[in-house]
Design a protein around this ligand. Structure first.
Ligand code: AMP
Ligand code: GLY
Length: 424
C-alpha cells in the first residue's frame, strides 16, 4: 500500500511512524513534512491547505489512501474533494469537521442533544456581550472565538477588564479574522482535564488510551496557552467510572447526534473533557488527532493502524479488535525560546544521528518544527521536537524522556520540567 500523509508536525511524524510499522505499507509520502519525517517518508512541497495540489499529487503518486491530519484542510473540505476523484481517505468530510471548526456549531449540537458541557451564550455584538458579562458578574469567565485560531482562541478572563479586552480584540479588532466574527461566552469549569481520542466510522466508536496535555508554556501551568508542551498516556484521572460515564453520556451521543444531523463523522474524533464535581463535561471537540496527544497515544497502539484506517473507510470498525500495549508513554516538547510568542528559527540542533534520532536511546524523537539541510537539522518552528518514551510505568517513561532531552541542544531551547508531575 502507498499512503500520502498531509501535514508537517510531530503528530504527523507519529502517524507516519505507526503506518511505517505496518507490514502492508510499501511506501509513505508526506507533504509538506519536516526534517525528521523525511527519514521515514518521501516529502513534497505541496501545502497542507492546497486542495488542487493534493489531488494532483495523490494521482501522480497513485496512492491508496490520503491521511489528512491537520484541522485546516479538513475544515476546507479536502477529504470531500479527494473522495470526489475516487481517492480513499482518512479524516472527516467538511460537514463533520465543523464539530471543531465552529464552536457555535458544537455548542448548539451539545445543547440540542443533551451532551454535558459548560453553559454558554453566543454573541456577534460587542455591546450585547459586554452587557451579558456585566449581568453575570462572575469570574473567571471564558471567552472563545467561534472558528479555528491555532489553539489561541480561548481566553480565561479573571476580571471585567480582561473580559472586555478579550471581547474587544475578538469582535471589534477581529484578532482571528472571520474566526472571531462570533464568540462563545461560557461558564468556567474546574477539574482535571483529559483528552480521549476515538476512532469512529460513524457506526462504532473505539476510544483510544486516554491522555493528558500540558497546554501552558511554563511549569505549574503558568504562562500563555500553547499548542501543547507535553503529554502522558494513560491519564490516571480517567478512571473506569469516568470512562463509563463518558462513553454513555458523551461519546455515543455525539456520534449519534452527528448522524442525525446528516453529518456522519469518520476518522479520529478528539474529546477534550473536564472531570468536574458535577460529572464529565466536554470542553472541546477536535476533528483530528491531537498534537502532542498522538505522540503518546499512537505508540501505545498494538493493532495495525492501516487495518483500522481501512476498517473505518469500509465502515467495518466493529469487526476489528483494537488492542493496546500495557504501560505508559510520555512526551516532552522542546520548544524555541519565546514560543508561543516571538521566537527565532534556523538554530542548529545538536545530538542527532543522520536520521534525526538519538543513538542508544529508549526514546524516540518526533520532529515538529525542523528542517534538514545537508546532514544538519535546524529548528523551523515554535514547537521543535517531542521526545517520547514508552515504558512499563509512567515514572519510568517520564524519567527516560527527560534523560533523552539532556542529550539534545539548540540555542534558546525551552521545555517544561514538570510533564506528568500531576499524574505521578
Ligand atoms: P480549548 O482550545 O477549547 O481546548 O481551550 C483551551 C484550554 O482552555 C482548555 O484546555 C482548558 O484548559 C481551558 N478551557 C476552555 N474552556 C474552559 C472552561 N469552560 N472552563 C475552564 N477552562 C476552560
Ligand atoms: N493538543 C491540543 C490539540 O491538538 O488541539
Amino acid at each position: 500500500m502507498k499512503i500520502l500523509v498531509v501535514g508537517s508536525g510531530g503528530r504527523e511524524h507519529a502517524i507516519i511512524r505507526s503506518l511505517s510499522q505496518s507490514k502492508r505499507v510499501e511506501k509513505i509520502y508526506c507533504t509538506p513534512g519536516n526534517g525528521g519525517i523525511s527519514a521515514l517518508a518521501e516529502c513534497f512541497d505541496v501545502k497542507a491547505t492546497d486542495i488542487e495540489g493534493m489531488k494532483k499529487l495523490a494521482k501522480q503518486l497513485a496512492v491508496d489512501y490520503v491521511f489528512v491530519a491537520p484541522d485546516d484542510p479538513l475544515a476546507m473540505g479536502m477529504v470531500d474533494e479527494l473522495n470526489k476523484d475516487g481517492i480513499k481517505t482518512f479524516g472527516p468530510r467538511a460537514n463533520a469537521a465543523i464539530i471543531e471548526s465552529s464552536k457555535v456549531f458544537s455548542k448548539a449540537l451539545m445543547k440540542k442533544y443533551g451532551i454535558p458541557t459548560a453553559d454558554y451564550e453566543i454573541f456577534e455584538s460587542y455591546e450585547k456581550a459586554i452587557e451579558y458579562i456585566k449581568a453575570k458578574n462572575s469570574y473567571p469567565i471564558v471567552i472563545k472565538a467561534d472558528g479555528l485560531a491555532l489553539g489561541k482562541g480561548v481566553i480565561i478572563a479573571n476580571d471585567f477588564e480582561e473580559a472586555q479586552q478579550a471581547v474587544n480584540s475578538m469582535l471589534n479588532e477581529r484578532k482571528f479574522g472571520d474566526s472571531s466574527k462570533k464568540i462563545v461566552i461560557e461558564e468556567f469549569l474546574s477539574g482535571p482535564e483529559v483528552t480521549v481520542l476515538a476512532f469512529t466510522d460513524g457506526e462504532s466508536v473505539v476510544p483510544m488510551v486516554s491522555s493528558m496535555d500540558h497546554k501552558r508554556a511554563y511549569d505549574d501551568d503558568k504562562g500563555l496557552n500553547t499548542g501543547g508542551m507535553g503529554t502522558i498516556a494513560p491519564n490516571p484521572f480517567y478512571t473506569k467510572e469516568v470512562e463509563k460515564e463518558a462513553l454513555e453520556k458523551i461519546f455515543i451521543p455525539t456520534i449519534n447526534a452527528m448522524n442525525k444531523e446528516g453529518r456522519t463523522f469518520r476518522g479520529c474524533l478528539y474529546f477534550g473533557l473536564m472531570i468536574t464535581p458535577q460529572g464529565v463535561k466536554v470542553i472541546e471537540y477536535n476533528a483530528r488527532f491531537g498534537d502532542p496527544e498522538a505522540q503518546v497515544v499512537l505508540p501505545m497502539l498494538k493493532t495495525d493502524l492501516v487495518e483500522i484506517m481501512e476498517a473505518i473507510w469500509k465502515k467495518r470498525l466493529k469487526d476489528i479488535d483494537v488492542q493496546w500495549h500495557d504501560g505508559a508513554c510520555a512526551c516532552v516538547v522542546l520548544a524555541s525560546g519565546g514560543y508561543p510568542e516571538k521566537y527565532q528559527t534556523g538554530k542548529e540542533i545538536v545530538g542527532f544521528n543522520s536520521d534525526g534520532q538519538l543513538d542508544d536511546s529508549s526514546s524516540y524523537v518526533y520532529h515538529a518544527g525542523t528542517v534538514k539541510e545537508g546532514n544538519k537539522y535546524l529548528t523551523n518552528g515554535g514547537r521543535v521536537l517531542g521526545v517520547t518514551c514508552r515504558a512499563s510505568t509512567l515514572s519510568e517513561s517520564v524519567e527516560a524522556a527527560y534523560r533523552a532531552c539532556e542529550r539534545i541542544k539548540f540555542e534558546k531551547m525551552h521545555f517544561r520540567k514538570d510533564i506528568g508531575k500531576k499524574a505521578l
